[in-house]
Design a binder for this molecule. Structure first.
Ligand SMILES: O=C(O)CCC(=O)C(=O)O
Length: 286
């Protein structure tokens, strides 16, 4: 018996305060047209070219049984997207995502950086992924502070194509970010699919339960990607910083350089000091 209504959807031009209040209330919402179509087309083209060279599943990741099920036997995942197309750097410079991330994360950190930027192509017949909270990546912190943990990460799933329920749109349990009694593996929890068009994004809290949907088709791939940021004092899931040299990022904006770990972390912005130094000096913004 379905009692939940679909996640709220807003255009990228909606007032930031409204977007933040829906994010706070439901734990996630869909922002339509968050990324320009030409940027998405460039990323999809590069991702499609790469996807045919990557084996689906977890064979190369050395994961146990739970981990292998989590990443999906017929799901193709890869990252280091700036190596595939410069459009990725434009994606990182998205003003709306920066405003949302500033509002959600800056209360608990001086700055934040990329956690994961990963293409997630769910293949035909893949079962639904287990529901989980992205914030649990930092379990040592979350388990000691739950249920009063501050937000340390903010996530998006971005449509590179039409992402329908049938092909495996991300499933979200609205309001579960405010239900500490719910834990991982709540398979019977009621969820709603976050359907996306190309350039739409599901923006969601690190505390909301969600998971990849089942791909019920015989021959279609769910083409989407994940982009998330994490507080600068935490270790990201992916080591983006070592993907790029200083020279490769020289033409990128200070924001992109910071997101990719090519700036130092200042816990008290503009007051000096800091972490992630180079030769005992801060790698500073221009
Ligand atoms: O593929 C999806 O829709 C969600 C994937 C996800 O949440 C994850 O792998 O952490």
């Amino acid at each position: 018996m379905a009692t939940l209504t679909a996640l709220e959807r807003r255009p990228a031009s909606a007032p930031l305060a409204e977007i933040l209040s829906l994010l706070e209330r439901d734990g996630g919402l869909v922002i339509e047209g968050m990324f320009p179509r030409e940027l998405i087309d460039a990323i999809r083209l590069a991702a499609d070219r790469r996807a045919v060279l990557v084996d689906p599943g977890s064979a190369t990741q050395g994961l146990g049984e739970d981990g292998a099920a989590f990443v999906g036997a017929n799901t193709t995942r890869f990252s280091s997207l700036g190596k595939l197309t410069p459009a990725y750097f434009d994606m990182l410079d998205n003003e709306l995502f920066a405003s949302i991330a500033d509002a959600v994360l800056l209360p608990t950190c001086g700055s934040y950086w990329v956690n994961t930027a990963q293409v997630m192509y769910i293949g035909p017949g893949e079962p639904a992924q287990v529901l989980h909270r992205d914030g649990n990546n930092w379990w040592e912190f979350v388990s000691r502070t739950w249920p009063n943990s501050p937000e340390v990460t903010i996530s998006t799933m971005i449509g590179l194509d039409d992402v329908t329920e049938e092909v495996g749109a991300t499933r979200v349990a609205p309001g579960s970010h405010r239900r500490p009694e719910l834990q991982r593996f709540e398979d019977d929890l009621e969820t709603v699919p976050a359907e996306l068009g190309p350039g739409d994004a599901l923006v969601y809290s690190g505390q909301v339960l969600h998971g990849g949907g089942a791909n019920k088709t015989a021959d279609r791939t769910r083409r989407a990607m994940h982009l998330s940021f994490v507080a600068g004092w935490l270790t990201p899931e992916e080591s983006s910083a070592i993907d790029y040299t200083t020279e490769e990022l020289a033409e990128q904006s200070p924001r992109v350089q910071r997101l990719l770990g090519h700036r130092s972390y200042d816990p008290r912005p503009h007051r000096g000091g800091g972490l992630w130094l180079k030769e005992v000096k801060a790698i500073e913004e221009n």
